[in-house]
Design a protein around this ligand. Sequence first.
Ligand code: FAD
Length: 382
Amino acid sequence: MLPRSFLKEEHEMFRRSLKQFLEKEAAPYIDEWEASKEIPRSFWKKVGEQGFLCPQVDEKYGGLNADFGYSVVLSEEFDRISVGMVGFSLHNDIVIPYIEELGTEEQKERWLPGAISGDLISAIAMTEPDVGSDLAAVKTTAVKDGDEYILNGEKTFITNGHSADIAVVVCRTDPEADPPHRGLSLFVVEAGTPGYTKGKKLRKLGQHANDTSELIFEYARVPANNLLGEAGKGFYYLMNHLQQERLLVAIQAMASCELMLEETIDYGKQREAFGKPISQFQNTQFKLAELKTEIQIGRTFVDQLIEAHMEEKDIVSEVSMAKWWTTDLAKKVAAECLQLHGGYGYMEEYEIARRYRDVAVSSIYAGSNEIMKTIIAKQMKL
Ligand SMILES: Cc1cc2nc3c(=O)[nH]c(=O)nc-3n(C[C@H](O)[C@H](O)[C@H](O)COP(=O)(O)OP(=O)(O)OC[C@H]3O[C@@H](n4cnc5c(N)ncnc54)[C@H](O)[C@@H]3O)c2cc1C
């Protein structure tokens, strides 16, 4: 791999201890977690105890003030163990940053220490049964009533939804707003709030370890001081944070691509046909050489974006490019590598079978790849 200048010796030390921890505490249990469709809370606590939850948070709340390089390492290593561990990166680098950036002092003191220790699992709820890509059309309402808001509506496909102690929920606070996106606000809704229930854990094609749920609000009374930031600015806050969310999806896609290639190279060297390892057939070599080239291109682009993101540059268009291109690449790598495994690639014992299922959704969530192209096209002023 070419040098990755944003990763210093301290990041690599962190990676070594994280790898060791995950090999011992996560890898042996993935099948069990996939069967129960949930990663146990006791594991979240272990992750927290090791300092692997939200290390970027200010020391004042128990964090380590760590830079985004640590988030990259965490995201890559969680993905290498299982794409189904995506809920950790979502908690660390997608949900909790909303509280860090928009929370009042009281809100930060209330939620950040638990998010770091693993006592508090988080989720973000944007999608609804009738509203996905067109986020501005969110229907869940929040109506002010004294010092509370009354929430009504339903969210779906929410990662960590079932285990979440808090969820950042996108609601419509102003039904008259024109344009409609100006009427959205963000609320932190705590588990146990009267009128708030979690639906069933959804049955999915892949990413079985990670729980994905419906959240239902029926006259749920949420304290007004759980409003995050200002009322009516929810859509802007979401847009500001989506750059990091989409970059993380690209980082995970590249980690998966690299792992699938490594596994296939190993398999190709030990599997024999016609009296020689299949890695010695020219077709196998050309396929693997092509994939290696494309993976290197993706890696170079994503690493450049990580650096730009760490320098706080506005790279919305470039991140949208990386998100669609790397996730399409992950799906291609999965299909090609499965083919090179032959029948064994279709068997559960082989990682490639799981990856084939797990990476399929990466072109859909965090903004579908079609939506990424609309963002790029808009910036091209076509
Ligand atoms: C496993 C999983 C986890 C998820 N986790 C979360 C989560 O934690 N929180 C959350 O809020 N959501 C989550 N989602 C929801 C996800 O973000 C949405 O599924 C996604 O945004 C697409 O929305 P949709 O499913 O409603 O598809 P739709 O919006 O109905 O789109 C259907 C198809 O039409 C295309 N399309 C839509 N609009 C356009 C357009 N303007 N131009 C061209 N094509 C278009 C789409 O690209 C897609 O191919 C998750 C989804 C899954 C499957």
